[in-house]
Every structure is written in structure tokens, then in C-alpha cells.
Design a protein around this ligand. Structure first.
Ligand code: CP
Length: 330
């Protein structure tokens, strides 16, 4: 693995390795000695966080994941303070970052820019890896990784993710998290997906075709009540208002696509409720204390999954695994 532009770079063995490494690093970091070991792994490496679309948790977890591994970070979060305002092209900006750092982590409002950056890197003499931290409506592969890890942990005493029925609800047409998660869930045999959305916001045909090509079962409904009792997990998403240039979502009643106390009553006692956050009215705060609500844990998992990912991309994963037994007893 060099670049992480789409979720397609992850096959099942790599997903299992990353989930295992995530648990190893979070366990290691609980002791002072383990945390110091991690922080001394990559002191000569530098990363660029190029986030030209708003972010709280992806930015903070990537930044802190770098620091946990000793990687120093620089950031541009507003292109108005970079030389892009002087007319520098996207490609020249990316090439410039690669002159100073060993890793580029980037989020853009447009789809396809992480792929453009990776293509550019592959064509220059000193390429650095590109990690996509969210690209327009298209892909959010590292979110999908932490979602898989959260599902794995949630079902570790219940046969794993395989064979589970997983609902995805909300603005599925414009939600990059669900698009990337679908691409990873096809690696888990027997998973059945239920897409729950207003008809105008249903999952895009390319993802449905992808699931069909890989034999992953899915069905679509606009009725949450009907499918709630069968779900092992529900992945709730918000209306993607940042893409709402024509105010489309205001024409649709999204209030039927929300989870609160009434919906909890109809869900399995073992069900898992997830959300990539930030949330809107679709996930009501009164359910935050329910043991089925996993979204705050999911958010914390993002830090450790990103530690595992950056360690893998920068080539120290084996070193961490080899050292893990030394810290297990601390
Ligand atoms: N889930 C997610 O990508 O959150 P942020 O937009 O806050 O990074």
C-alpha cells in the first residue's frame, strides 16, 4: 500500500491486519513506556495536512495520529492563505508539499482531487504517499476503515461482521462515508445491506452495481419502521447540505429518517447504532447514553485506526507488532 485514495486498496487480509494493529497501538499507548515507544518511531518524518473542506474529527484524529507516531505536521486549511490565491495550480501546490514532507493527507470539497494528487506523485522523481481524508461526494476511505473496526469490535463476541444485516440511512446519494463503507463490506461474506432513504436520495447506481458484481446482497426501502427489527446495525447519516446547491433536501421530509427513543424500542437489544458525525436532527441526543449507541466510540476508534494506517503507510507496522509483547504486561 502506498497511496490511500479509494477504499479499493484494502482487501480482507489488509483490513484484518489494520484492525489488529489498531488494537495493538491503542493498548500500547495505555502505558507511558508504550506511548514513548510509539512516539520515537518516526521522529524524522513529516506530514502535510491539506484540508480545504471543513473537518473537525478527521483533521484532529489525523493530526494526533501523526503526533502519536512522532511525525511532525504542517497544515493548510484555508487556500486563501496559500499561494493558490496567486494562481498556483493544484498540481504545483501538491508537488510543493512533496518537497517538504513525507506524507500528504488531504480533504477537498471536490471529488477526484486525491486521485489527481496520487497520479502526480506517481509521475515525479520523489513521490510521497497521498491519503484521502474525504473527497467531495465520492470517497472517505479512512472513515470506512474506522467504521469497519467499530463493527468488528461491536460484533467480536457475536460471530464478527460476517452475516450481519446492516442498515444505512439518510442522504445516501451524496454521502461519501456510506459509499466507501459499502466497498469494504463486500469483503465480509453474508453481509446484507438495507439502504433506507427517500427515493430521491437513494444510493447511486455505481455502488449498487459494485455490490451486485461482488455478490453482496442489498435491498432498498423508504420505510425505516419496517426494517428496524431485523437490523444488527444501523449507520445513520445526515443530509449533506454542503452539496445542496439547489436546495433539494428542503423539498423532502427527512424527519422519517431519524433515530430516537421510539426507534430504539423497535431495535434488537444487541443492535449497534453508528454515525460518522457531525450529526443533525437524524440522531437525537437523548439516545447517547444507550449502550447500543456506538458513535462516540466510533469517533475515538478513528484516532487509533489512523495511527495504524499511518504506521503502515510509513513502514513501521511490523516494528510495532514485534514490540507489542514487551508492553502487553505493563
Ligand atoms: N466524519 C467526519 O469526516 O467528520 P469531520 O467532517 O468532522 O472530519
Amino acid at each position: 500500500m502506498f497511496h490511500v485514495v479509494t477504499a479499493d486498496v484494502f482487501d480482507r487480509p489488509l483490513l484484518d491486519e489494520l484492525c489488529g494493529l489498531t488494537t495493538v497501538t491503542r493498548t500500547m499507548a495505555k502505558s507511558r513506556e508504550g506511548l514513548r515507544f510509539l512516539q520515537e518511531l518516526l521522529p524524522t518524518r513529516r506530514a502535510m495536512l491539506y484540508f480545504t473542506q471543513p473537518s473537525t474529527r478527521t483533521f484532529l484524529s489525523m493530526n494526533n495520529a501523526c503526533h502519536i507516531l512522532g511525525v511532525r505536521t504542517s497544515e493548510i486549511r484555508n487556500p486563501d492563505v496559500s499561494s493558490e490565491v496567486k494562481g498556483e495550480t493544484f498540481e504545483d501546490s501538491i508537488r510543493t508539499f512533496s518537497s517538504y514532507v513525507d506524507l500528504i493527507i488531504m480533504r477537498t470539497p471536490q471529488a477526484g482531487y486525491a486521485a489527481r494528487a496520487a497520479d502526480l506523485m506517481d509521475a515525479i522523481p520523489r513521490p510521497v504517499p497521498v491519503v484521502n481524508a474525504g473527497s467531495g461526494k465520492d470517497q472517505h476511505p479512512t472513515q470506512a476503515l474506522l467504521d469497519i473496526y467499530t463493527l468488528e469490535r461491536s460484533f467480536e463476541n457475536d460471530g464478527g461482521v460476517e452475516g450481519k444485516t446492516i442498515g444505512m440511512m439518510g442522504d445516501l446519494r451524496r454521502g461519501r462515508t456510506v459509499r466507501s463503507l459499502c466497498r469494504l463490506l463486500r469483503h465480509y461474506p453474508g453481509v446484507r445491506l438495507v439502504f433506507i432513504s427517500p427515493p430521491a436520495f437513494e444510493m447511486e447506481p455505481d455502488i449498487k452495481a459494485y455490490l451486485e458484481a461482488h455478490g453482496t446482497a442489498y435491498r432498498e426501502t423508504d420505510n425505516l419502521s419496517d426494517c428496524l427489527p431485523e437490523l444488527d446495525a444501523i449507520y445513520v447519516t445526515r443530509v449533506q447540505s454542503e452539496h445542496d446547491l439547489e436546495n433539494e433536501s428542503s423539498q423532502v421530509d427527512f424527519s422519517r429518517y431519524s433515530v430516537g427513543v421510539d426507534e430504539l424500542r423497535r431495535m434488537k437489544p444487541s443492535a449497534v447504532i453508528m454515525h460518522p458525525l457531525p450529526r443533525g436532527p437524524e440522531l437525537r441526543p437523548e439516545i447517547d447514553g444507550d449502550p447500543r449507541s456506538m458513535y462516540w466510540r466510533q469517533e475515538r476508534n478513528g484516532l487509533w485506526m489512523r495511527v495504524a494506517l499511518i504506521a503502515t503507510v510509513l513502514g513501521v507496522a511490523d516494528e510495532i507488532r514485534a514490540a507489542a509483547p514487551r508492553f502487553a504486561a505493563l
